[in-house]
Ligand binder design. Structure first.
Ligand code: SF4
Length: 425
């Protein structure tokens, strides 16, 4: 499809999506801890993505954040459109695209120097690699900026990783003006990381897995409450609760849910965003939006002020219950302990999620490679996926499927009886 056709299609889809969202029906109150007031007959629509305050930083950030785990170099038009629709919180990391994501943002800022002032820019480094100052400087150079607005230690697995040395380093970098605020991202053991952050007092913000699958557990509610009280700004990621399996799940419950949301004018994917925004303590949702179609659908969901009705909360809750056996919340504990710590099961699950649910075999390959060679991994870990560079997408998918991760499990003697037969054996 040509770029013009793509842009035209996107505009049509965007208008259609926003327009359909006006089909509000009378609703009821909320359920659980999240209040869902009766939706107005004609819900308001913001002209751009609304903003929310990011905890004690006091900064108003766009409630939809552009996740940078895609080809930002060759999607400059998408970056421009994100800015136009008010998606002004941009997230990236040294590891995304092996530094290419930062480079793509940097190219945009070099061409649009005025845009940098409008963007709340976040980048991340994994602490394990050391040489943080040197790597941060290189990242800022790639981003063509002299500072990040917020810096995250990437993929925290326990609050103990935020050592006194990291605290001193963060203070030094703030003083040097290299970033304004400090925090972390976490996919593993999220609740304990958040509870620990609330006690530390020097963490400004955290990005963590938060979606319809995990948001209602007592421990997650406790962790979010603790951070809110401590002023730690909260950013959700993995909003769609992607699974390591590829097959459709949910059966009749899913059909009922999709049908219900469609009648209200939004898709189930948009509803999964909306249920997160219903919690006013979540400042933003970081979403991977590698195409204008996804960006427009997510921006439309953010601009549309239609509230979910009680039946819709219930519908998503039923779907969560029906499908939770297929979901890995990344606890990093139970499965690992069951195999004596021999296999990082949650990391395998995460790679499989990128590979199968997101259909991103290259991304899964890069992540598994990084994990396999992470310091301290020793001789136990993941076998990197091997994806032939010149292969077609079908071949790459097959290669990714057959290589590495599942073999690694198998070689370590793991035979997981998984509810819907994701794993062999
Ligand atoms: S699948 Fe295993 S690693 Fe993932 S959340 Fe469940 S017990 Fe934890």
């Amino acid at each position: 499809m040509t770029r013009k056709k793509d842009a035209d299609l996107t505009r049509r889809e965007f208008m259609k999506t926003v327009g359909l969202a006006g089909l509000a029906v009378a609703g009821a109150g909320g359920t659980g801890a999240i209040a869902a007031p009766a939706p107005p007959a004609t819900p308001a629509k913001a002209a751009t993505v609304p903003k929310r305050k990011l905890g004690k930083t006091g900064v108003e950030v766009s409630s939809l954040c552009l996740g940078g785990m895609f080809d930002t170099i060759n999607n400059q038009l998408l970056l421009k459109q994100a800015l136009k629709w008010g998606v002004t919180y941009w997230d990236t990391a040294e590891s995304y695209g092996n530094t290419l994501s930062e480079e793509g943002y940097g190219r945009f800022f070099a061409r649009n120097p005025e845009a940098r002032k409008e963007i709340f820019l976040v980048t991340k480094l994994e602490a394990k690699g050391g040489k943080l100052t040197e790597r941060l400087d290189k990242g800022l150079a790639r981003l063509k900026t002299d500072h990040a607005d917020l810096f995250f230690i990437h993929s925290l697995t326990g609050i103990g990783e935020l050592t006194p040395a990291i605290k001193d380093w963060a203070a030094e970098m703030k003083k040097a003006g290299k970033f304004k605020f400090f925090g972390f991202s976490t996919h593993t053991n999220m609740e304990d990381c958040l509870l620990g952050a609330a006690k530390l007092g020097w963490v400004d913000a955290a990005m963590f897995t938060y979606n319809f699958q995990v948001m209602n557990t007592p421990k997650m509610k406790e962790a979010v409450d603790a951070c809110v009280k401590a002023g730690v700004g909260l950013v959700s990621m993995k909003s769609q609760a992607g699974r390591p399996g590829k097959h459709e799940v949910g059966g009749e419950v899913k059909l009922e849910m999709v049908d219900r949301f469609l009648k209200r004018g939004f898709t189930d994917k948009q509803a999964k965003l909306k249920i997160i925004w219903e919690n006013p303590n979540i400042a933003s949702i970081c979403s991977q939006m590698p195409s204008l179609t996804i960006l427009s659908a997510n921006a439309a969901a953010a601009m549309d002020q239609t509230k979910l009705a009680r039946e819709e909360f219930d519908s998503l809750h039923r779907y969560a219950l029906e499908t939770k056996a297929d979901y890995c919340a990344g606890c990093g504990k139970i499965c690992q302990e069951a195999v004596g710590g021999a296999v990082p099961v949650n990391e395998v699950m995460r790679c499989l999620m990128y590979h199968r649910y997101y259909s991103e075999p290259e991304l899964a390959a890069r992540l598994s490679h990084r994990r396999a060679h992470a310091p301290g991994r020793g001789d136990v870990g993941l076998t990197p996926l091997k994806v032939p560079g010149k292969a077609g997408s079908r071949q790459r998918e097959e290669a990714g499927k057959s290589a590495g991760l599942l073999d690694s499990l198998w070689r370590h003697g793991v035979r997981i009886i998984y509810p819907r037969g994701i794993f062999p054996g």
